[in-house]
Design a protein around this ligand. Structure first.
Ligand code: MOS
Length: 758
C-alpha cells in the first residue's frame, strides 16, 4: 500500500485510506458483472419484463427473437413452471427479497415482472432477442398506490406480528390542553436504488455443485434460499460476492432472478451471466416506497411538548410483508407525556419494496423534524432551543435510559461550525443579491444494530495474518477496519494482514445491513484476536516456555513480539510456533441467546439485535444544518452548504467515517430536491438516470461532517455504534426548514421543486 496524505502507521482510531481503494480506482477490481470473458465460456442472459401491471399471459411470439444470430434459448413459464420451490421473504423467516416467483405461471402480478429469460452467445444478441419477443396479455385493473381502487390498507401488526402501535398517556387530552398545536400532513415519494454495479447474477455448475457470483449483501441467505428453491443441500451451493458496487439497502438477500439463471445454466450446460438493464432494475429489485404522515404536536407556552401523534402509511406489495416501521423512533425522540402512533401498510400491485439507507428514518424524520420546525415558528422560538427544552435522557416510551444522549452536543457543535448565530429568525429576511437565503436544521437519529458473526483469524510465524468471514465489503471500508483491527490486535503491520470476505466457503456472518457491520465484525475480530493472544500467551508462560511463570493475561502482541508489561518479550516466530495459530471466533451480542443466534447465522436467516442489550436505548445521533439559496425570480433552489455533526460511539477510522457521512448528506440533498420515481397507473415512468435525478458533482454543495465524541460503555463491549446510515437522515427536513426560512413557504411533500417556491 502506498503511503499518502492522511495515512498513518495503521492503527484503529486514526485515519487510513481504504485498502481496496487502489484496485477500484485503477480498474483492477473485479465485480460480478465482469466475470464474462470469452475464456469463461459464459453465455449471456437478458430479461423480458411485463408491460401490463396485472393479468395473464395469453401467448408468446418468439419467432423473430429466435432468428437473432447467437440466440441459444428463450425460457418462459412453459419451461420453468414448478421448477423453483417457494421461499419466504427474508423478513418473514425466509431468504428472499421478494417471494414473487417469475416464470412460474402465466400470472402477472406487477408491471416490469420478469416474463422471459433469453440466453445467447453475446450480451448484444441476448438483448436484441429480448427486444424482439412479443407477449400477449389479458390485462386486469391494477392498484398502483395510495387511494387507488383496490389498494388494501392493513395494520402493520397484520404483516409483522411483533409490531405494536404506541399509546402512552392521553394524546387527545394532551393536544386539547396544548397552548400551541401544529397539525400537518407530509409526504415522501418512491425512490429507487441506482447502484453502479447492477443486480447481476452469474451461475456455473460443476456436476451437482453450483457456484453463484452475485453482488448480494447476504451470501448466506442466497446460498440457503437457492438450495431450498432448487432442492439442493446448502453445501452444494457456493455464493461469492466480491466487491458489491453499492447496495445501500438493495441487494438485500436472494434475488428473484437468481434461480432462473441457475436453471438456465443447468439446462444449457454452461455458465450463464445476467446483467439486467438499469430500467429493469427498477422492477426486479427493491425500492423505497412512498409514505404519508399526519403529525399532531402540542406544546405549552414555554415550548414543552404536551402531546405527539404520528400516523403514517407506507406502500408494500400484495405478496410480501416488507414494511418500513418508523414511528417507534419518532415517538422516542423527544420528551413528551402523551404519545400515540398508528402505522398502516397499503398493499398495491407493485414489486416488493425494501430497505433504502435509513429506511424508516429518512421519511419519518422528514415529517417529525418539519413539524418541530413548524412548532418553533408558531412559538416564535429558535428551533435548536425548542429541541433543547424537549431533550430527554430517558426514552419516553419504554422509560429506559439512553446509553448516551449527545443530541444537543451535536446541535451545539454543528451550530458553531455552521454559523447558526448569524441566522436572522424571521423567514424571508436574509438575502444575497437575487437569492433569498435560508438556514435550517434537523435532528438525525438511528437505533444501533448489532449481529452475531463468526470469523476465522490466523497469525503466522512470518508476521502475516489473515481475517476471513462470509460478510461483505459494500464500499463502507470494512476491509480496511478489519485490517487495522487485526494489525492492532495481533501486533503486525497492517500491510501484512489479508482480509477475505464475501464467500460462503468462509465462516458464516450475517447481512450487511442496518449499519451493523462495524459493530458486529469488529466485535468478532476482537474476540478472535483475544483468543489467539490467549493461546500464544498460555504456551509461552507454561512450563519450559520463555516467559514461564508470568501471568498470561498480562502479555500483549505488539510490534511482532509477545511482550510482558515490563518489556521482556519473545519474537512472534517463536511465540506462535512453526504452524501458526488459527481460531474461529463466534461473537454473539449480549442479551441474545447464543445457540439461537449462531443457528440462525449458519442457516442464512436475518438476526439483527439492538445495541444496549435491552438495558438501555442506544442510538447514533446527529444534527444537520443546511443553507439554501432560492432565486427570488425563478424559484431555483441551490443548497450552498451542508454541515452535519454526528455522535456515533467510538470512531475507528475518521477518514472512512466522514466519507460515509458526507456521502449520506449529499444523498439527503437528493432526497430533498431531486429523487422521485413517478408512478403512473401502476408503472414507473422514469426508470433511468436521465429522468430519475440524483445529485451530480455540480449539485453537491460544500459539505462538512464533524465527529462529536460519544464514549458509550453500554451500547456494546467496544463502544461501537455504526454510522453508515446516520449521514442521510434529517437532511431533507433541514433543507425543507431552510426553504421555509428563505421564503416563508412550508413545503410538506418531497421532492421540493422550484414551482413550489417560485
Ligand atoms: Mo440498510 S438500508 O440495511 O443498508
Amino acid at each position: 500500500m502506498d503511503a499518502r496524505a492522511g495515512e498513518t502507521d495503521g492503527r484503529l482510531g486514526q485515519s487510513h485510506v481504504r485498502v481496496e481503494g487502489p484496485d477500484k480506482v485503477t480498474g483492477r477490481a473485479r465485480y460480478s458483472s465482469d466475470l464474462t470473458g470469452p475464456e469463461s465460456g459464459t453465455a449471456h442472459a437478458a430479461l423480458v419484463t411485463s408491460t401490463v401491471a396485472r393479468g395473464r399471459i395469453t401467448g408468446f411470439d418468439l419467432a423473430a427473437a429466435e432468428r437473432v444470430p447467437g440466440v441459444l434459448r428463450i425460457f418462459t413459464h412453459r419451461d420453468f413452471a414448478g421448477a423453483v420451490a417457494p421461499v419466504k421473504h427474508l423478513m418473514a423467516g425466509g431468504y428472499a427479497n421478494s417471494s414473487h416467483r417469475p416464470l412460474d405461471s402465466d400470472a402477472v402480478a406487477y408491471a416490469g415482472q420478469i416474463v422471459a429469460l433469453v440466453v445467447a452467445e453475446t450480451l448484444e444478441a441476448a438483448e436484441a432477442a429480448a427486444g424482439a419477443v412479443t407477449v400477449a396479455y389479458a390485462a386486469e385493473p391494477a392498484a398502483g398506490g395510495f387511494d387507488a381502487p383496490g389498494a388494501e390498507t392493513v395494520r402493520l401488526a397484520d404483516l409483522k406480528p411483533h409490531h405494536e402501535d404506541i399509546a402512552r398517556g392521553d394524546a387527545e387530552a394532551g393536544l386539547a390542553g396544548a397552548a400551541i398545536r401544529v397539525e400537518a400532513r407530509y409526504a415522501t415519494p418512491v425512490q429507487h436504488h441506482n447502484p453502479i454495479e447492477l443486480f447481476t447474477t452469474r451461475a456455473a455448475w460443476d456436476g451437482d455443485r453450483l457456484t453463484v457470483h452475485e453482488p448480494t449483501r447476504y451470501v448466506g441467505a442466497v446460498q440457503h434460499g437457492l438450495a431450498a428453491q432448487l432442492g439442493l443441500d446448502p453445501a452444494q451451493v457456493r455464493v461469492v460476492a466480491g466487491l458489491i458496487g453499492g447496495h445501500f439497502g438493495s441487494k438485500f438477500a436472494l434475488s428473484q432472478h437468481t434461480a432462473l439463471v441457475a436453471l438456465a445454466a443447468k439446462r444449457l450446460d454452461r455458465p450463464v451471466s445476467l446483467v439486467p438493464s438499469r430500467r429493469q432494475c427498477f422492477t426486479i429489485a427493491n425500492y423505497r416506497p412512498e409514505s404519508r404522515h399526519t403529525i399532531r404536536l402540542g406544546a405549552d407556552r414555554t415550548g414543552r411538548f404536551t402531546a405527539l401523534v404520528h400516523e403514517a402509511e407506507t406502500v408494500t406489495s400484495r405478496f410480501d410483508p416488507f414494511v418500513m416501521e418508523g414511528a417507534e423512533v419518532t415517538a422516542s425522540l423527544y420528551a413528551c407525556p402523551n404519545i400515540r402512533t398508528a402505522e398502516r401498510a397499503v398493499r398495491v400491485d407493485r414489486n416488493t419494496p425494501g430497505p433504502m439507507r435509513a429506511p424508516p428514518e429518512v421519511p419519518f424524520l422528514f415529517a417529525l423534524e418539519s413539524a418541530v420546525d413548524e412548532m418553533a415558528v408558531a412559538l416564535g422560538m429558535d428551533p435548536i432551543a425548542l429541541r433543547r427544552i424537549n431533550d430527554t435522557a430517558v426514552d419516553p416510551v419504554s422509560g429506559k435510559p439512553f446509553s448516551t444522549r449527545p443530541l444537543m452536543a451535536c446541535f451545539a457543535a454543528g451550530a458553531r461550525a455552521f454559523g447558526w448565530s448569524r441566522r436572522v429568525p424571521r423567514p424571508g429576511s436574509m438575502r444575497d443579491g437575487p437569492w433569498r437565503v435560508g438556514l435550517g436544521c434537523a435532528a438525525s437519529v438511528r437505533p444501533v444494530k448489532i449481529a452475531a458473526a463468526t470469523m476465522r483469524v490466523r497469525l503466522d510465524p512470518d508476521g502475516s495474518a489473515e481475517v476471513a468471514c462470509a460478510h461483505h465489503e459494500i464500499g463502507n471500508g470494512i476491509t480496511t477496519l478489519l485490517a487495522l483491527g487485526a494489525a492492532d490486535g495481533l501486533g503486525v503491520p497492517v500491510e501484512r494482514v489479508t482480509v477475505r470476505l464475501g464467500d460462503t466457503d468462509l465462516p458464516a456472518a450475517g447481512i450487511s445491513g442496518g449499519s451493523s457491520t462495524t459493530t458486529s465484525l469488529m466485535s468478532a475480530l476482537a474476540l478472535g484476536c483475544g483468543q489467539i493472544r490467549q493461546v500464544v500467551a498460555q504456551a509461552a508462560t507454561g512450563q519450559g516456555g520463555r516467559l514461564a511463570g508470568r501471568d498470561p493475561g498480562t502479555l500483549r502482541l505488539v510490534g511482532g513480539r509477545l511482550v510482558a508489561p515490563e518489556g521482556t518479550g519473545i519474537p512472534l516466530a517463536e511465540a506462535v510456533g512453526s504452524e501458526g495459530v488459527e481460531t474461529v471466533a463466534a461473537f454473539v451480542p449480549e442479551g441474545s441467546d447464543r445457540e439461537t443466534a449462531l443457528k440462525g447465522l449458519r442457516g442464512g436467516h436475518i438476526g439483527l439485535s439492538l445495541g444496549g442489550a435491552g438495558k438501555a436505548v442506544s442510538w447514533g445521533f446527529g444534527a444537520q444544518f443546511a443553507e439554501v439559496h432560492v432565486h427570488a425570480e425563478t424559484g431555483e433552489i441551490r443548497v450552498a452548504r451542508l454541515t452535519g455533526a454526528f455522535a456515533a460511539g467510538r470512531i475507528l477510522n475518521p477518514l472512512t467515517a466522514k466519507s460515509q457521512l458526507t456521502g449520506g448528506m449529499i444523498w439527503g440533498l437528493g432526497s430533498a430536491l431531486l429523487e422521485e420515481t413517478v408512478v403512473d397507473g401502476a408503472a414507473y415512468r422514469n426508470p433511468d438516470l436521465a429522468e430519475y435525478l440524483v445529485p451530480t458533482a455540480a449539485d453537491a454543495p460544500e459539505v462538512e461532517a464533524l465527529l462529536v465524541p460519544d464514549p458509550d460503555d453500554r451500547v456494546d463491549a467496544l463502544g461501537l455504534k455504526g454510522l453508515g446510515e446516520l449521514g442521510i437522515i434529517g437532511v431533507n427536513a433541514a433543507i425543507a426548514n431552510a426553504v421555509h426560512h428563505a421564503t416563508g413557504r412550508r413545503i410538506r411533500s418531497l421532492p421540493i421543486r422550484l414551482e413550489d417556491v417560485a
